[in-house]
Design a protein around this ligand. Sequence first.
Ligand code: ZN
Length: 498
Amino acid sequence: MSTTTLPAYDDVVARYEPVIGLETHVELGTNTKMFCGCPTDFGGEPNTRVCPVCLGLPGSLPVANKAAIEATIRIGLALNCSIASWCRFARKNYFYPDMPKNFQISQYDEPLCVDGYLDVEVGGELVRIGIERVHLEEDTGKTLHVGGATGRIHGATESLVDYNRAGIPLVEIVTKPVPGTGALAPEVARAYVTELRDVIRSLGVSDVRMEEGSLRCDVNTSLNLPGQEWGTRTETKNVNSLRSVERAVRSEMLRQASVLDAGGRITQETRHFHEDTGDTTSGRSKETATDYRYFPEPDLVPLAPDAAWVAELKAALPELPRLHRRRLQEQWGLSDADMQSVLNAGAVELIEATVAAGATPAAARKWWLGELSRRANETGVELADVGATPAQVAELQGLVDAGKLNDKLARGVLEGVVAGEGSPTEIMTARGLEVVSDTGALTAAVDEAIAANPDIAEKIRSGKVAAAGALVGAVMKTTRGQADAKTVRELILSRLGA
Ligand SMILES: [Zn+2]
């Protein structure tokens, strides 16, 4: 914990200019690992998804995974990068228990994709984030420190290593330094990681789940005085959610400002972000930089993606999420604010699929942002996991449009859908929720309402047609909302000769 009082954020951005940079690691969703045939599924009993290659046993030889190379090139193309026509893997030598080979096969001075950009929207403005490089490497295993209170090595009684993750293809995406964002720096960082996640998801090459570690982010931050050289940067690790990306930048800006204000200097180091306090603490100093003794990986042939293949991959890229959202917003006729609430609710794809299943955009939006968002919030699940599918929502709305359900009855049917009772039509029948519009069945209820309200009936007879609303209400009450209001109104007027 910091013992000094931190300056106010507004004050910091008035005096200092931040420069941010982001390094993101994405685990690819290939079926097999980067250099062997081991499966890549998340979880599993420790050390059951390993073989001589990913354990680095003597005599084993790696073979590069073509699907991983293709996925990396597609990410590079989506990020407007140039794709190398020839490049090599490199050996990064270091000794750490989670690296079974004592080196990692990565890329060093010859990355597969270079010099691109990603446009992100922050507060209605477009910010272009330069992409330095996108390269391919293999993931490490996982170390588990047990016996201590914090899960960290300090205080632990023993450490366990699981190599299931070792060798899973990992794409590293490094931005160029991003100056000039001022007070918006934390938001820009978050918007970038969000957009990057959406781009990669749209390519279908990773499930990009931060909570499962298939998207991991390191955040670089520095401060400088206006007009002066960029300051010394720190690299914050363990940033495990989009919200944390924003908090980590902000917290590091405040901490660095307090150091600089006191006449101190920033140490170039890695820092750890703590979800609970929102603080960062010092990790490893980079001033005595590790020499990884990189050299070209001798067990692998160079990578030389054919230009025609790259062109083919480029032509087949899906529409990018930002453009896709813009197009949907136009099609759905939404204001920026309305589109933003759809985005915030995580409902874009759900509404899109509901519209594809036959509902109007307005109806689809009404269900997903209304009743279903409310249920998702109540039960603490993601909207997509609330228990209703886009096809069911479209079917439900179809029943409303056909006059078989009114809004109130439809909500009752939706309750059954979420409870897994079947399709909307089945539930409507099983629960007996269909609107009654048969005049024979409604006449008795209408006559009863007229008899019980002679004053109102008299008003209607004398021409005050607006008074019919009260009788319609009475009929709706006795039929528990199942009467067709329009039919009831017509019946009342005809019975009273109005
Ligand atoms: Zn293996």
